[in-house]
Design a protein around this ligand. Sequence first.
Ligand code: 6R9
Length: 662
Amino acid sequence: MSIESVLHENRVFEPSADFVKNANVSGMSAYNALCKEATDDFQGFWAKLARELLVWNKPFTKTLNEDNAPFYKWFEDGELNVSANCLDKHLNTIPNKVAIIFEADDGSVTNVTFKELYHRVCQFANGLKKLNLTVGDRVIIYLPMGIDAVVAMQACARLGLTHSVVFGGFSAKSLNERIIDAGAVAVITSDGQFRGGKALPLKPAVDEGIAMGGCESIKNVVVLKKTGQEITWNQNGNANNIWWHDLIAGQADTCEPVMLSAEHPLFLLYTSGSTGKPKGVQHSSAGYLLHAMNSMRWTFDVKDNDVFWCTADVGWITGHTYVAYGPLAMGVTQVVFEGIPTYPDAGRFWQMIQKHKVSIFYTAPTAIRSLIKASETTASTHPKSYDLSSLRLLGSVGEPINPEAWMWYYENVGGGHCPIVDTFWQTETGGHVITPLPGATSLVPGSCTLPFPGIDIDVVDETGKDVPWGTGGLLVIKKPWPSMIRTIYNDPERYKSSYYPVDLGGKIYLAGDGAVRDAKTGNFTIMGRIDDVLNVSGHRLGTMEIESALVSNPLVAEAAVVGKPHDIKGESVVAYVVLKGQRPEGEELKKIVAQLRDWVGKEIGPIAKPDEIRFGDNLPKTRSGKIMRRLLRSLAKGEEITSDISTLDNPAILDQLKEVVK
Ligand code: 6R9
């Protein structure tokens, strides 16, 4: 789907009268009133919400501190504990309500009530205390999706340990880099994980990652017994290895939460940027949780009897805000899923919605597109083969959703009556920043519509000046907001230059996406990243990251990576490689392609493996030596190069690079 056709979308879907009537934000007048409130008294707007939604141990008196902008502080003299806000708060009101319906890869289901979850978190937190951890210590969590991952995150929050979850699909090398950058003192992992009916190892990557060196800070590795696979023990430097079950044995099931400053770093989450090194996005406690809760309330319209299901893994920001924190803090029942959408077949999501009577379903466009394809070939996996009548609201996140996929989702999953909230946000924003509110906003397929109330988001040109509606430009946020990134861990300068660049005046947040507002409605359409970040199946990958992985292979002299539109994954990865030796041919070529793909898989993780690798004696460069990525992108798409290539140093190279390895 091209931007062109998104822009010419003229279908509009209004919320039903019934939905409007019962919505937490009811009608456009209510939406406009909230926006006006935020404009009239910006700090007052957020302060009121923070008092209403959060339980404070010590109330804050100062809402926003801008003294050291762009290092903003929110509610800084207040004290609270995030885990107490997610669990303890419910003990007197809804102790026996189901907090998590966990469905494992094999289909077995475990329910945990708020009270049970509280006890599990407390017991694990007491176990962690034995490891001599101090408030602010960084702890890596490298666990499969499941109740235990949520328990580990909540236990860290309870003790004031700053967690950094590393997605289970990342490699030993990625783990090693994150451990070093975060200076982590412990890793919480499992022997293995189940995915699509297979037991895959996890602990070996931790051993390998630590063995790569530089991880002397790690004192303990806690291992959850999950698959029962054989693992090696105490093979990772000086770190002490201990089973999770031994750590908690005999521990009390209550544990006083540690009261922390509102600004205490709740977590670091590493994400890709435009340079080779992933950045540790640091989030706060109070401001972060506030927006997690408020967006659950306004975007997802959660009510006491909802069953909420966000399909994201806790390894990503979506799994932080809308699995580990938001739903618990709001006291809503949620589904947590360990498996994959295509196992045992592509009807898994629909079958689970039917079984658990899910009312709010939140997933990624890439999943929807792959399930559309599957249901076309196998009728039994089509959503229409299931009873999805429990659904009342659908959500989308991670990448632009093309209007065709939107319509299919709307009609076939939502039965033509569930609003779709296309939520635009980022690891850095902590929660939704542009999104429909389902009982207010008119929906337009392919548009994430309007700003979340209080988020001052807009489109500007390269100098930071507003562009008129209808004109494309850079997406920016002009005022700070409570759930915003606080800094890049270990690299405050990079935080400033990446997000508050001087070109734009140094005072507005640069999101890194291009966007345009509809000339009439002001609805936003996201036009994709403006930097060298790819979005593959909703996962952020830096082209430079993949390039540095490739050139670290002894065979490779030079590499350039670009994205190519892909009808299911959104984008696919195309790598152009110059080998140190001869340009390979025939079987040799296939062998090297496989070798390099595996190499990238090991360096970063399987999600970063190039879909295509092409070889040249050189790369197309300007006379000043800059790689012409624009040309590489055109070549990847199979386009004829018609543009001016007079600045190109070595035009003959283009023919070599057209060759696709089958
Ligand atoms: C939450 C999350 C952020 C990047 C972001 C943008 C893209 C996310 C989107 C969307 C269009 C949406 N993105 N949601 N683009 N419409 N609804 O995905 O965070 O992994 O940090 O990715 O994803 O390009 O800048 P993260």
